[in-house]
Design a protein around this ligand. Sequence first.
Ligand SMILES: [Fe+2]
Ligand SMILES: [Fe+2]
Length: 208
Amino acid sequence: MNQASDPKPKRKASEGDGKRKDSDAPARSGRPYLPGDLTPAQTLARMIRVDQAGEYGARRIYEGQLAVLGRSPAAATIRKMHEQELAHLETFDRLVAERRVRPTLLQPVWHVAGFALGAATALLGEKAAMACTVAVEEVIDAHYAGQAERLGEDEAELKKTIEDFRADELEHRDIGLEHDAESAPAYPLLSGAIKAGSRLAIWLSERV
Ligand SMILES: [Fe+2]
Ligand SMILES: [Fe+2]
């Protein structure tokens, strides 16, 4: 019982050992809580890796939508969202390079899967394409909110970037809703499947 409160259990030396654990320092990004947790550097690398992958996937979804709906009334709206995704992606491409993060190995998968998702939903109609946007953006919103919460003052710039992008994604979600996403055929089913797929893609891209 009297060992239970030892603040520095010595299990499984994770990387970065040898340095004092500042377990009571406030607002540090990715501070590990438990032995075996990722180091702050590993946590940050994961964040940047998954965000770059996600923005890449978003770009491909809109490209798939535009391949089908490029001449539809919604085309200009979709094109604008696509342009914002390109800007998001450019930022994360830069961060991947600057911070020497290994990009996801799954990029070829997201290249195909993102486009296929965008094109397939667009083939079901404009509302289904918008339902896809709403579902993806809702997942991304929660994902970015979680990341922003875990970033401290030492990563203020990254945190600000993520919060700005999150605001754009919420705007995309709202655009989808304004375009009657919710009256797409089989909306709950479609939305649920896309959300599940998006969460799986996030989980994989953090790790692979
Ligand atoms: Fe984005
Ligand atoms: Fe977006």
